[in-house]
Design a binder for this molecule. Structure first.
Ligand SMILES: *[C@@H]1O[C@H](CO)[C@@H](O)[C@H](O)[C@H]1NC(C)=O
Ligand SMILES: *[C@@H]1O[C@H](CO)[C@@H](O)[C@H](O)[C@H]1NC(C)=O
Ligand SMILES: *[C@@H]1O[C@H](CO)[C@@H](O)[C@H](O)[C@H]1NC(C)=O
Ligand SMILES: *[C@@H]1O[C@H](CO)[C@@H](O)[C@H](O)[C@H]1NC(C)=O
Length: 895
């Protein structure tokens, strides 16, 4: 725990909040009237009714409990009905039999927050979860159980798996979290994508699937279970689809509904890799196609990706950010237009829900070579439903798809003409009016910017700039430093002959394993090297993830890779030389069969080559082993223990320096914008704030090529399409959750392996001050308008509905200025808009009048709004760039 140094009144306010929160939870025994969940071939049946469900994937440990309420609220506002998460075994049972349900692992609190917001929960227990999480979510102690083989018909594994799955189901039942108890949980999952590796286990794999299903059902959870990517899911377990597209998917029995447990709306990134992006037009197309062709439950993997705090990221080599290009970004901010366009899509699908659930299957109509319609009709015997929508009863909803990757198409459907952009779906809740097309984005764009930049070391000039920005900030003037020993540092060292398996020694308590030995070099070796120009080298058959070779205390080489061969030249002196091999993991393997055998470190021959008398077999030598770093085990990154190290002031000329610890203190920047640490000046290492491990960092640079200037949404997506960040470090910003910060003197500790410049580290704020939108006369009216009471009452006619631009500042901010507005033919894109030949002179004043000082505003896109037609016969559009900010005296709202 971090000592609270807040002023007394702040603590009182906090206590009051806690008391209110506690009262709310105490009062809310159940969140729903108890209801049962079952299913038929068409959909999940919730409390007796078929439902079309939108689910938002959020992994609780990838955020802080303080972030959870906002993430859940933003999911609900975006149109989600369900939150989906894995359960993270390694976090819940760090030592066998010792459970942890605290802090980021307080899954009960997370489930309660989901229920309290009126959303359902899909809990995927696994317990193998993949998830780009360390060791796929398995605790590393699991591999030490004698005779264990993971994920197959193996008694020791099944015993451990059953114990954990039962623990989770029992916990959920005790906390009354299942639907039939009035809780949010409507569905569970056992195993995870086992179908991908099942064949590695032969018959035993098939037995295991049967066992897992029966074991799960016998726990009496009382809600359906899914197995994703499992074509042979037995009995009542529903086999579900994961992928970029799932509209062709059919479960293995006619009695099961079509569920999409993972809609990959982006992708994860690796150190030294590009950043993947999935265009929202294609994502919306995939989702609309899924519901068009009979799907009934779709989950965004991820809706919020978050952060792999600590050493939780999987591997090898997955970065600390798990942003995933999700609709809510790593910092909890909306990623627009992705979030907004999907929100509109969800509203359109919800308008169709009455017809979608009433029909047992769609009626298919071929409209063209690559164009098709699926029509859902409410049959007469369903008339009891009696859904009315703008005065007429909804009896028919339709989806019109153009799967042509290149060309738009004009089609005729039920006697009317429709224009379908390429690779798009139009949604017609009444089989007549298009309310949404997946390729026409009307939602605003939010630009994420650095609003503020606090260098942690201030030269005089930056200090002046800072004082003008924020007078209250305490600027640190120094960095303290201490070296990590390149040798044994504890009583826990031991010496044995040979090379041990890395994980067998570290038990993954640290990334680092030191191997230390001495090599004798004779006069003959030295002359041999001088004469032959041969240099000695460390040669290893196979190695993962990082190897650092030190000779006589100096770092002489590093090798990076996943089971790669090592040939690292070294230079020895005459006589005894200290040879240190530092083996490092960068996220344990999280995918594949036989994870328990994968291990880390070295495999095969480990030799010194190039000696006069032949190679030296290093596996025959005595090696001294030391797990981890001294600073890591002394916990010098915590407020309580950091004085245990002999910190000395860092002088300006002391860097770069390998295996060095740095510390400094900084103040919490005012306001509520998310905080990031910019480590772009550093090499590789780990960072902690007030004892919280914010993750590994690494400034590996992505390849120069392979990024697209213009991202074409058309055609099937893969993670290499539309990637960005070529030639730049994959990650330089690291999220520091606000709740980990106190008002002042926050302790920042950094372990640097290769030598960077700590004087250039800075604190940044992730701001969403700039919003833009561009909507044309030919856009569809806002989907939400169709639910407007005036419209339903018939006071507004269909033909009176107009396209609108909707602008909204995030997190309660106000529109403080309009930087650009043009109704006509504006050119360019956000932050580079320019007037075209056609421009209504009053554009700026109309938009200013409608939007300034407001959190959100809507402007109609028509000549009526702008007084006259600035250019006849031309399709006009409105482009706006606005700035958001807090109103003065809005108060101190950090909590
Ligand atoms: C749910 O199903 C169980 C078993 O069929 C039944 O006893 C119970 O009354 C049902 N609960 C509700 C709320 O329908
Ligand atoms: C359905 O609505 C119509 C009017 O649109 C009404 O006459 C009829 O009684 C309603 N039926 C039911 C079952 O509510
Ligand atoms: C390493 O281990 C040996 C044997 O246990 C012990 O004597 C020695 O003090 C240890 N080294 C350090 C630096 O603690
Ligand atoms: C790891 O340790 C176990 C038991 O201590 C041993 O059986 C196994 O062979 C070791 N693994 C490797 C790869 O050395």
């Amino acid at each position: 725990m971090v000592a609270q140094r807040g002023r007394p009144w702040i603590r009182c306010v906090l206590l009051l909040c806690l008391a209110i929160q506690f009262a709310l939870f105490a009062a809310a025994e159940t969140f729903f009237k108890p209801f049962n969940v079952s299913y038929d071939h068409r959909a999940l049946i919730i409390d007796g009714k078929r439902r079309m469900l939108i689910s938002a994937g959020i992994h609780y440990p990838r955020a802080t409990p303080e972030m959870w309420p906002d993430l859940i609220a933003k999911s609900k506002e975006g149109g989600a009905d369900v939150i989906q998460t894995y359960a993270f075994w390694s976090g819940h049972e760090p030592k066998r039999g010792q459970y942890n349900f605290e802090g980021r692992y307080d899954i009960v609190k997370f489930a309660n927050l989901v229920g309290a917001s009126g959303l359902y929960l899909h809990l995927r227990i696994g317990p193998y979860v993949c998830a780009e999480w360390n060791f796929g979510g398995f605790p590393v102690w699991l591999r030490d159980i004698p005779g264990i083989v993971f994920r197959t018909d193996n008694a020791p594994f099944k015993e451990e798996m059953q114990r954990f799955v039962k623990k989770m189901v029992d916990l959920m039942r005790e906390e009354k979290l299942f639907s039939w108890q009035g809780g949010p949980i409507i569905m569970l999952q056992i195993e995870n994508e086992y179908g991908n590796i099942e064949s590695s286990f032969g018959q035993k794999g098939k037995e295991y699937v049967k066992w897992a299903a029966e074991m799960a059902l016998a726990l009496g959870a009382g809600v359906p279970w899914v197995m994703c990517k499992q074509v042979d899911a037995p009995g009542s377990l529903i086999d579900a689809c994961n992928g970029y597209y799932c509209d062709g998917y059919r479960p293995n029995s006619y009695n099961k509904p079509t569920l999409w447990t993972e809609d990959w709306d982006g992708w994860y990134a690796s150190w030294g890799g590009r950043l993947p992006h999935r265009p929202v037009e294609d994502l919306a197309f995939a989702v609309a196609r899924f519901y068009q062709r009979g799907g009934s439950f779709q989950n965004y993997y991820m809706y919020f990706g978050g952060t792999n705090f600590g050493r939780t990221s999987g591997g090898p080599f997955y970065i600390t950010s798990y942003d995933y290009d999700a609709p809510i970004d790593e910092y909890g901010l909306l990623s627009d237009p992705k979030w907004g366009h999907l929100k509109d899509l969800h509203a359109a699908i919800k308008l169709c829900e009455p017809a979608l659930v009433a029909a047992d299957s769609p009626h298919y109509i071929k409209l063209g070579p690559k164009q098709e319609a699926h029509v859902y009709r409410i049959k007469t015997h369903h008339e009891g439903l009696n859904i009315t929508w703008y005065g007429t009863q909804i009896s028919c909803s339709a989806f019109l798809a153009n799967i042509d990757e290149h060309k738009a198409a004009s089609v005729t459907f039920l006697g009317q003409k429709y224009n379908l952009p390429p690779w798009s779906v139009s949604i017609l809740p009444d089989c007549r009016n298009v309310v949404f097309n997946t390729a026409k984005v009307g939602a605003q764009t939010t630009i994420k910017s650095v609003e503020f930049d606090l260098p942690l070391y201030s030269g005089i000039s930056t200090r002046q700039q800072l004082i003008t920005k924020n007078e209250d900030l305490f600027i640190t003037k120094s960095w303290m430093t201490v070296k990590e020993p390149i040798s044994v540092w504890s009583e826990n060292n031991f010496t044995v002959q040979g090379i041990l398996e890395h994980l067998n020694v570290t038990k993954d308590l640290s990334d680092y394993l030191w191997h230390i030995t001495r090599i004798f070099v004779s006069d003959e070796d030295i002359s041999f090297w001088e004469e032959s120009k041969i240099s000695p080298a460390v040669a290893i058959d196979s190695m993962r993830d990082v190897l650092r070779v030190f000779v006589n205390g100096q770092l002489t080489g590093s090798v990076i890779g996943h089971w790669v061969k090592v040939e690292q030249p070294v230079k020895f002196l005459k006589g005894y030389n200290d040879l240190v091999l530092l083996s490092q993991t960068v996220g344990l393997q999280n995918y594949g069969a036989f994870l328990e055998r994968d291990g880390a470190g070295f495999r095969g021959q480990v030799k010194l080559t190039g000696f006069k008398n032949g190679d030296i077999d290093l596996t025959k030598l005595l090696w001294t082993y030391q797990v981890g770093l001294k600073g890591e085990f002394l916990k010098i990154y915590t407020i309580e223990e950091n004085e245990k190290a002999d910190w000395a002031e860092l002088s300006l000329d002391a860097f770069p320096s390998t295996f060095t610890w740095y510390k400094t203190y900084f103040d919490n920047p005012a306001g509520t914008d998310p905080v990031a640490l910019d480590l772009g000046s550093m090499g590789k290492g780990q960072a902690w704030v007030n004892g919280h491990h914010i993750g590994r960092y690494w400034t590996l640079v992505a390849p120069k090529h392979g990024c697209q200037e213009i991202c074409d949404y058309r055609g099937a997506y893969n993670s290499d399409k539309c990637s960005t960040n070529c030639g730049k470090p994959t990650q330089t910003w690291y999220h520091i959750p606000r709740s980990w910060l106190q008002a002042s003197s926050n302790l920042l500790v950094i372990l640097e392996e290769t030598g960077g410049n700590p004087f250039e580290i800075s604190i940044k704020l992730r701001a969403t001050r700039v919003i833009c939108a561009q909507v044309s006369e030919s856009h569809y009216p806002p989907v939400q308008k169709w639910l407007d009471p005036d419209f339903i009452d018939g006071k507004i006619a269909v033909n009176d509905l107009r396209p609108e631009m909707h602008l909204q500042c995030q997190d309660g901010m106000m529109i403080t200025s309009i930087e650009f507005a043009s109704y006509g033919t504006p050119q360019g894109s956000c932050q580079s808009f320019a007037r075209g030949n056609c421009h209504a002179a009053n554009s700026l004043s109309i938009v200013s009048e409608g939007c300034l000082g407001k959190n959100s505003c809507s402007i109609g896109i028509s000549n009526l709004i702008f007084g006259s037609d600035p250019c006849r016969g031309v399709i006009k559009r409105l482009a706006v760039e606005a700035r958001c900010g807090s109103l003065p005296n809005a108060g101190f709202s950090q909590f």
